[in-house]
Structures are given as C-alpha cells and as structure tokens.
Design a protein around this ligand. Structure first.
Ligand SMILES: Nc1ncnc2c1ncn2[C@@H]1O[C@H](COP(=O)(O)OP(=O)(O)O)[C@@H](O)[C@H]1O
Ligand SMILES: [Mg+2]
Length: 316
C-alpha cells in the first residue's frame, strides 16, 4: 500500500527539503519506489535532485489547476534510481491564490496524487514554510506527517500552531492523518546545548521523536549544489547513515542495538500530541507545546539524567 507523507514545519531552514530528498533516496536504496513532490514555490527540492524546474513548462502547478494536464505529462525521473519527481517552481505561489476560489480547494493535491498511488510505495511531499493552503493541501493528501525540527533553542516555538493545523485537517478533511514522528535535524552532539534541546524535544514528543538524529554537517549544504542527495554525494558520511537509519524507522524496521530502547516512529498509534505529552511527561516538564514556552533546564549538567524514561507501552 502506498504511503503518502508530508514533511511539514512552517519554519524555514529546518531541514524539510533536505529530509524529503535524503529520506526519499534512502527509502529507494532499500527497494521502495519513491515519488518526491516539490510543493514549495522556491523549488529547492527540484534543484536538489538536479532538475532545473524554472525552465519547465509543465509542473505540479499545471497538474493542480488544469484538468487537461495528466500526471504522466509532469512526472520526471531523477538521477536517483527508483526516485521520480513532480517538479515545482515559483508558479506555485500563484496556485495558492487561484485555489482560494476553487471548489474543494483543499483537495486539489489529493486528486492529483490519486493515480500515482499505483506506481509508488512512498510519496513524500516537501511543504512550503507556511501553514497556508498549499500545506493544507499536502496534509489533506497525506496519510502521515513527519516534522523536521532543528536542534536549536527555539525549536519548539510554533509547534503548537503546527500541531493545531494538523489536528484541524484531521478533524475536517482527512481523518486518517497521523503524525508519524518528529525528526531532530542539524544536531551537534559536541555542544551541551544541542543535547539539552534533544532532551527537551524528547520530553515534549516522547516516543514520537525518531531515534535517528540528523547531525549538522557541511555535507548537507554541498550536496544540493551538486544536485545529488547526500546518500550518493557523501555516501559514507554520518549524515547519510542518519537518513538510512531514519528510513528504516519509517519502514518499521527495528535495528538490533535499538530494539530494547525503541521501536519505529510508525509504531506509535494515532497521535494525540497533547495527550502524548501528558502521558510521557514527568512532573519536571519544562516544555509546554500548547503555550509555546521553553524553559531552559535548571543548572547546566544533567540534561540526560533528566530525560524521561521511555514509555515502552506504546511500542508494538
Ligand atoms: N543536517 C544538516 N546539517 C547542516 N546543514 C543542513 C542540514 N540539513 C539541512 N541543511 C542546510 O540548511 C539549509 C536549510 O535546509 P532545508 O532542507 O532547505 O530546510 P527547509 O526546507 O526546512 O527550508 C540548507 O542550506 C541545507 O543544505
Ligand atoms: Mg524547503
């Protein structure tokens, strides 16, 4: 069965596009048939897989707004084996405006992706950095959301709004939508600060935080310039390994050394973040995603001692 996943976070520069490309490439490496959907007017996903989308006549924009355009007219093969692309470019910013007056304006992408379900195992949608109609379309078309979260002090700011949007889409448009997990990106394990942020994110999201943590490395900035995913550009790097681990979690494969600790993000049943938070929280909670507050940990050491024990009950 095809699984459609949106990579969403209204903050820019948190690793949505990088995660879409790298996770897609990693899933393809394990034999999955993957379609990447560039749903950000900036077109960074297309560029990142070596497609100059500015020069294309037919993009996802045409597919969404012109019923005579067919999926086959727009989809292109990338130079990553097993990975196809629905390219996007700046035209998409107009789509957001035009869609407003359309009937079933939230369902446009869902309709377009319907025929693709037969041909792919995973469809990954790279969302724009906003919670507007494009992101709502992506969420409406998806079975699940993965939230990339940059490991920095204000990472959780805005999270309540994102979760709220996801819940509204689930209530009104797409009852199947689940939050598959949160992936911590740009992690620098040498700094205590980054470790503390991870501990806080773990407090807030519990088991919905993927075990795979994406390290901060310059390789990620270099790869898109080469129009290649990190998996081929720097296949032996820590960054590539991290995305391979993420792909395994997304597929529900539990690695040996992790099996005692954790399962996959997918193993989490329907996600009620608010409830999850209460359930996973000790009384020492320092993040409240509903109010967007973030209290730095008391004292400097001990972030890991304060990390909550993992609630194993909800693992399959
Ligand atoms: N793990 C990482 N380490 C270092 N740089 C990264 C990492 N992930 C992404 N980047 C870089 O950070 C910038 C923003 O990432 P991007 O994936 O485009 O974020 P978004 O799509 O959320 O705006 C890009 O220049 C990208 O190359
Ligand atoms: Mg992006």
């Amino acid at each position: 069965m095809t699984r459609i996943i949106s990579l969403a976070n209204q903050k820019g520069g948190v690793g949505k596009t990088t995660t879409t490309i790298s996770l897609g490439a990693a899933l393809a490496e394990i034999g999955q048939r993957v379609l990447l959907v560039d749903f950000d007017p900036q077109g960074a996903l297309s560029v990142g897989v070596g497609v100059n989308s500015i020069e294309l006549d037919q993009t996802i924009y045409n597919l969404i707004l012109d019923r005579s355009t067919r999926f086959e007219d727009v989809v292109i093969k990338t130079n990553i084996m097993g990975v196809d692309l629905l390219p996007g470019n700046i035209d998409l910013s107009a789509a957001e405006v035009v869609l407003v007056s359309e009937v079933a304006r939230e369902q446009a992408l869902k309709r377009v992706l319907q025929p693709a379900r037969e041909d792919y195992d995973y469809i990954l949608i790279d969302c724009p950095p906003s919670l507007g109609l494009l992101t709502v379309n992506a969420l409406t078309a998806s079975d699940a959301v993965i939230i990339p979260l940059e490991c920095e002090f204000f990472a959780l700011r805005g999270m309540a709004l994102l979760v709220d949007t996801i819940e509204k889409v689930r209530d009104r448009l797409n009852p199947e939508l689940e939050i598959q997990g949160v992936v911590a990106t740009m992690y620098d394990g040498r700094t205590l600060h980054a470790r503390e942020v991870i501990a806080r994110v773990k407090d807030a999201f519990g088991t919905r935080l993927f075990n795979a943590t994406i390290p901060r490395t310059i390789r990620f900035a270099e790869a898109p310039v080469a129009g290649e995913p990190i998996l081929s550009y720097a296949g032996d790097s820590r960054g590539a390994a991290a995305y391979r681990a993420l792909a395994r979690e997304v597929l529900g494969i539990v690695d040996d050394q992790e099996s005692e600790l954790a399962g996959s993000g997918r193993a989490v049943p329907d996600n009620e973040l608010a409830e999850g938070r209460t359930a996973d929280q000790s009384t020492e909670q320092s993040i409240d995603i509903s109010t967007n507050t973030f209290s730095p940990p008391n004292g400097s050491a001990g972030a890991s001692e304060n990390a909550p024990t993992i609630d194993t009950e909800i693992y399959r």
